[in-house]
Design a protein around this ligand. Structure first.
Ligand code: HEM
Length: 361
């Protein structure tokens, strides 16, 4: 028995050595601080795993989805009703997208409260913001694809947005080209443009994380300017934990998908405006209620600008939230304001903002 165990162990070691020689796997055992393996510091990794689930399920969905406006809704019905696991895969895609928005926002909050955007990580904070914008773009274009009433109204907002942008907005308008319908172009954005941008930016994001190492815990005396290249943890253990948490995310999306399959409304009725946007955009809807479609442009622009300025306005050398009371208080007030607006919109009936526009599909 003992001899058999020793043979197995030496076989396993030889296999590991052979793989390591060819793939350089032991390079992943570099040291990281122990706290890098805690949940708060894994949120970016969990988000990344979520994106991998979205890519895998998304590829399956593209086999059945037809981005022609006259076929799109029917192709989703076909996918849900006639294909093997179509409904389940679509619902996992839908729930993972929702969960990824939650994890990316929690990741941002962790960075904010831990002061991890401070020197030398300012540039990576900006890259992160671009990744957030891309995530929002994925949610928006994904909402349009199912081509029901909610999707149609989301696209009307795309056109209103293009008008607000004036000349540079023409790319977002149906009149930019007469040869391809707007829905088909948004599909191309969802499955090609945004994934390409995402891959480029995530590569830079991870390269910078590796370059600086993870930021220190925000203890009372922790200061900006600290690199995180040493510690008792190992990156290989971090990676294993990331996969573990990622599989929990997949399991959660699977359970949610079985309990509440992804919604699909009736085919769109032109001219009607009766739905509210996905939860991520609810706060924006409140501005639209107050100031009309101009509310689609200025509030998100101001919000992103404020976020982009955070590392440059918060000049305190300390990381601990207690030593940055002004920044942290402003952040909490802003967060409560956005959550409050979203809850308010969720509880009030939908309002019509854009009327009389054509289908433009
Ligand atoms: C699609 C979205 C994103 C993905 C997949 C992602 C992924 C990651 C990963 C894997 C890490 C390593 C540490 C960790 O997991 O916390 C990280 C760190 C970091 N991320 Fe992100 N991220 C995303 C969005 C963002 C956003 C929205 C921001 C902020 C605006 C941001 C800013 C940062 C910063 C500054 C670090 C370094 C943190 C430190 O050293 O403590 N990221 N990100």
């Amino acid at each position: 028995m003992e001899a058999q165990k020793t043979v197995m162990q030496s076989r396993r070691r030889r296999l590991w050595e052979a793989l390591d020689e060819r793939l350089g796997l032991s390079a992943l055992r570099y040291p990281v601080p122990a706290h890098a393996n805690t949940l708060g510091y894994m949120l970016g990794g969990i988000t990344l795993f979520g994106f991998l689930i979205l890519i895998a399920t998304g590829i399956y969905l593209t086999q059945f989805y037809n981005p022609d406006p006259s076929q799109a809704h029917d192709s989703v019905v076909y996918l849900v009703e006639q294909t093997t696991f179509g409904d389940l895969v679509r619902s996992i895609h839908y729930w993972t997208a929702n969960l990824v928005v939650v994890t990316v926002l929690l990741h941002l909050l962790r960075i904010f409260f831990a002061g991890a955007y401070k020197r030398p990580r300012e540039a990576n904070w900006l890259v992160g913001l671009a990744l957030l914008a891309i995530t929002i773009g994925f949610v928006f274009t994904g909402t349009v694809l199912k081509w029901d009433q909610e999707a149609y109204e989301a696209m009307l907002h795309n056109m209103a947005f293009s008008e607000l942008l004036g000349g540079i907005g023409s790319w977002f308008s149906p009149s930019f080209t007469l040869s391809v319908p707007m829905l088909t172009r948004l599909y191309a954005v969802h499955i090609a443009v945004l994934p390409a941008l995402f891959l480029i930016l995530i590569a830079i994001h991870l390269m910078l994380v590796k370059y600086h190492g993870i930021s220190p815990l925000p203890t009372l005396n922790a200061r900006a300017g600290t690199w995180g290249k040493e510690g008792t943890g190992r990156f290989s253990a971090h990676l294993r934990r990331m996969v573990g948490y990622g599989l929990w995310l997949l399991a959660l999306a699977g359970v949610l998908a079985l309990l509440w399959p992804a919604p699909l409304g009736y085919p769109p009725v032109p001219g009607a405006e009766v739905t509210k946007p996905p939860w991520l955009f609810l706060w924006l809807y409140a501005f639209e209620n107050w100031v009309g479609t101009a509310g689609l442009l200025w509030p998100p622009l101001v919000l992103f600008l404020l976020l982009a300025l955070v590392p440059f306005l918060d000049r305190s050398p300390y990381l601990a939230p207690r030593k940055r009371p002004v920044t942290v208080t402003l952040g909490v007030v802003l967060l409560l304001f956005l959550v409050g607006l979203s809850v308010y919109v969720a509880l009030t009936p939908p309002v019509s903002h854009i009327q009389g526009q054509g289908m433009g599909g």
